[in-house]
Design a protein around this ligand. Structure first.
Ligand SMILES: NC(=O)c1ccc[n+]([C@@H]2O[C@H](COP(=O)([O-])OP(=O)(O)OC[C@H]3O[C@@H](n4cnc5c(N)ncnc54)[C@H](OP(=O)(O)O)[C@@H]3O)[C@@H](O)[C@H]2O)c1
Length: 391
């Protein structure tokens, strides 16, 4: 691996976990963290630096900044709403890789409302919140294009859908992180247990959308379509281990942002693969802006869907397109307009007074502002707040 500059945008819940993990062991170079709140961002960088040192240095030769010293972590103030400033920062830093976790609303925040309201809003599914996840990724990609940036960009906010919308506008990031890559280790662990082998010997091939996760981790009974095959030492063992049953076998995870340890862990091999010459086979959402998640091949040149024996790419894409509806999305039109399912949109209409059946990418910002304002007002009305702590 070559020494590489990582621009990590967003040092909130997920960004902080990534920073902490990368500082200790994985990143072969400089990490520049960036977000709007400089005091919070600087403090989180200081904490990651000291934690890495306290644990014994930055992971030896492989760690951020090199051999066993404090990892090389810097902070830059950045507001993605300022496109020129974003382009200038990218131009000045010349990062090899950008990873953005910046978002106007994280997935777990509506769950902090009082239980009756949280339950009612959950019926909408994830899709109708799209403007809040799409807004900053769209701004980032526009700035990155303006800067003529030639490196790779990974994004965390709802990539299975967000990046598919961006692809329709020729703004697709390299790929997303998390989601499908969080399900694969569960299958690997269960299959290895059933076979009585080391989980590293188990090779999983999974085509699955973000919408499959609640079924896999026991929060929802409804099962979107997916493709799964499991091999051990080159032999297909899917039927032998009852792959479908183990995919949905009870395996509760803690609610809320604690799962970000899994998201961040699943992103790190992808980030490292993008700094290497040789191809690594992994899983990731939205390679090149495809909808949903796939097995992928990654190396310095980028990320592409891996060939799947017995399943063409078109069929894999179709599985993920059919899965959108389980996230409350009817489909994505050729110009990137997203059509929400009537019953999902109706939930936000009834609860928040927010009426949006169709979202054109050009309306994203206005819709994000409106949705955030209405959610804030709804929270206040029910004695809660969606303001985040500053720690
Ligand atoms: N793909 C996956 O598997 C996966 C897993 C977990 C989370 N996610 C998604 O990842 C995103 C982040 O989640 P989270 O829990 O880390 O959210 P979070 O704690 O709210 O963090 C969001 C970050 O975005 C930054 N930000 C907001 N507006 C910005 C702007 N205009 N310019 C620059 N930075 C800005 C915030 O910092 P400042 O306020 O300082 O700017 C904050 O650091 C969410 O969309 C979440 O749903 C995806």
């Amino acid at each position: 691996m070559f020494p590489a500059t990582l621009l990590l945008i967003g040092v909130g819940s997920l960004g902080t976990v990534l920073l902490e993990l990368l500082a200790r062991q994985a990143w072969p170079g400089r990490i520049v963290a960036a977000s709007r709140n400089a005091a919070r961002g600087e403090a989180r960088c200081n904490l990651a630096r000291l934690g890495a040192l306290a644990q014994g240095g930055a992971g030896g030769a492989g760690g951020a900044g090199g051999a066993g010293g404090a990892p090389r972590i810097e902070f830059e103030p950045l507001d993605l709403d300022d496109r020129d400033a974003t382009a200038e920062l990218v131009d000045r830093l010349e990062p090899n890789l950008i990873l953005s976790t910046a978002s106007r609303l994280t997935w777990w925040l509506p769950g902090l409302l009082p239980a009756p309201q949280a339950t009612r809003l959950a019926r909408a599914g994830f899709g109708p919140w799209l403007p809040l996840h799409l807004s900053l990724s769209m701004k980032l990609m526009a700035a990155v294009r303006e800067a003529g940036y030639a490196g790779h960009t990974l994004t965390a906010p709802f990539p299975d859908v967000v990046n598919a919308v961006l692809a329709k506008r020729d703004l697709a990031p390299t790929c997303g992180i998390g989601n499908v890559a969080e399900v694969v280790p569960k299958v690997q662990a269960h299959a290895a247990l059933r076979l009585g082998v080391d989980s590293r010997e188990v090779r999983v091939t999974l085509v699955a959308h973000h919408a499959l996760q609640p079924a896999v981790f026991g929060e929802r009974a409804e099962r979107p379509p997916y493709f799964l095959s499991i091999e051990h030492q080159g032999r297909d063992v899917t039927a032998q281990v009852d792959g479908d049953a183990l995919l949905f076998a009870p395996y509760p995870l803690p609610p809320g942002p604690a799962i970000h340890f899994l998201t961040a862990a699943s992103a790190i091999p992808l980030m490292r693969a993008l700094c290497r010459e040789g191809e690594t086979r992994l899983h990731a959402p939205a390679p090149g802006g495809l909808p949903g998640g796939y097995p992928v091949l990654a190396d310095r040149s980028g990320v592409r869907p891996a060939p799947i024996p017995g399943l063409g790419l078109e069929e894999a894409v179709e599985i993920n397109e059919r899965s959108h509806r389980y996230d409350g999305i009817e489909g994505i039109e050729t110009d990137g307009t997203v059509v929400f399912r009537e019953e999902s949109a109706a939930v936000l209409g009834e609860e928040l007074g927010y009426d949006c059946r169709r979202l054109s990418p050009s309306e994203t910002e206005a819709r994000a502002e409106e949705l955030l304002a209405r959610l804030g007002e709804y929270a206040r009305r029910h004695g809660a707040s969606i303001e985040r702590e500053n720690g």
